[in-house]
Design a protein around this ligand. Structure first.
Ligand SMILES: Nc1ncnc2c1ncn2[C@@H]1O[C@H](COP(=O)(O)OP(=O)(O)OP(=O)(O)O)[C@@H](O)[C@H]1O
Ligand SMILES: [Mg+2]
Length: 241
C-alpha cells in the first residue's frame, strides 16, 4: 500500500481564455509530504497552483483532493474544503494590522474559533506576538511572507500551496522562511506543495521535486537527487559548456 494521496493531478490541460498554458501536467502530493515544483520563469508553475484553486480555465484532466475531483468548484469552497493558498504577489493587506490580516485569513471560521486560531498563530509565529497592531506594509519582506503563511494556516488546511515563498528575500530570510515550512506536516498534520523559481532552500525541505518545462512535466526525482541531474545543473547553475 502506498501512502494516502492528498493531491493528485492527472493529465491537466489548463490556461486562460483561448491560450492553453499547461499541456498535460501530472503530479501528486502524499499525506504529510512536502513537494516542490521548479522550473524557469513562465513555464506555468503559478498556473498549476491557480488551476488547483479554480482560478483558470481547463480543457482536460483531473484534480483530485483527498480522492474527490475539485475541478469546477468555486475557490472559496475549495478553501473551506481544506486547501490553503499563498499567492506569489500581494498576499497580505499592507494597510491592515497583523491581527486584521489574520482575521481575514480566518473569515470563513466562526468567531470563537477565529479567535482561537489567531492565538495559535501567535504561538506558531512568536515574532508577531508583540506586533499585533503593526501594519503589514511596514514589515520586512520575510515577515510579510510569514504573515501570508500564517493567514493561510488560519483555516487549518490539509494542503497548503505556496507560490515562491522565497521571492525577494535575502538568503538568511529564505532560510528562516523554510525553517517555518519544514515542520508544518508533523506539527499541523498537513501536506505542502511549493512552487519556486530559486531552488536554494526548497530542495532541502521537500521530499520530491517536479521540474516543469513549457507547461509540461520535464522530470521528477527525490529532491536530494535533483541537483545531481545534468538538466538542472545546466538550467540553474550555469555549469554546462
Ligand atoms: N491571467 C493570465 N492571462 C493570460 N496569460 C497568463 C495569465 N497569467 C499567466 N499567463 C501566462 O501563462 C504563462 C505561465 O505563467 P505562470 O505565471 O504560470 O509562470 P511561472 O512559471 O509561475 O513564472 P514565474 O517564475 O515568473 O512566476 C506565461 O506565459 C504567462 O504570460
Ligand atoms: Mg509564478
Amino acid at each position: 500500500m502506498g501512502r494516502h494521496r492528498t493531491l493528485e493531478i492527472l493529465d491537466l490541460k489548463a490556461g486562460y481564455d483561448a491560450s492553453e498554458i499547461l499541456h498535460g501536467i501530472n503530479l501528486h502530493v502524499d499525506t504529510e509530504e512536502i513537494v516542490s515544483v521548479i522550473g524557469p520563469n513562465g513555464c506555468g508553475k503559478s498556473t498549476v497552483l491557480r488551476a488547483i484553486m479554480g482560478l483558470t480555465q481547463w480543457s482536460a484532466g483531473q484534480i483530485l483532493f483527498q480522492g474527490a475531483d475539485i475541478r469546477g468548484i468555486d475557490s472559496s469552497r475549495i478553501v473551506a474544503g481544506g486547501i490553503g493558498y499563498v499567492p506569489q504577489l500581494e498576499n497580505v493587506f499592507s494597510g491592515m494590522t497583523v491581527t486584521e490580516n489574520l482575521q481575514i485569513g480566518g473569515y470563513l471560521l466562526p468567531r470563537a474559533e477565529r479567535k482561537r486560531q489567531i492565538e495559535r498563530s501567535y504561538e506558531l509565529f512568536p515574532v508577531f506576538k508583540d506586533r499585533r497592531a503593526q501594519a503589514a506594509g511596514t514589515m520586512s519582506g520575510g515577515e510579510r511572507q510569514t504573515l501570508a503563511l500564517a493567514m493561510a494556516l488560519m483555516i487549518s488546511p490539509k494542503l497548503i500551496l505556496l507560490d515562491e515563498p522565497s521571492a525577494g528575500l535575502s538568503p538568511k530570510a529564505t532560510h528562516d522562511m523554510y525553517g517555518n515550512i519544514v515542520g508544518l506536516p508533523e506539527r499541523l498534520g498537513m501536506s505542502v506543495l511549493i512552487v519556486e523559481q530559486d531552488v536554494h532552500g526548497v530542495l532541502e525541505v521537500s521530499q520530491r521535486t517536479y521540474v516543469l518545462s513549457m507547461g509540461a512535466n520535464d522530470f521528477d526525482a527525490p529532491s536530494d537527487q535533483v541537483m545531481d541531474d545534468e538538466r538542472i545543473r545546466l538550467a540553474y547553475l550555469g555549469e554546462g559548456d
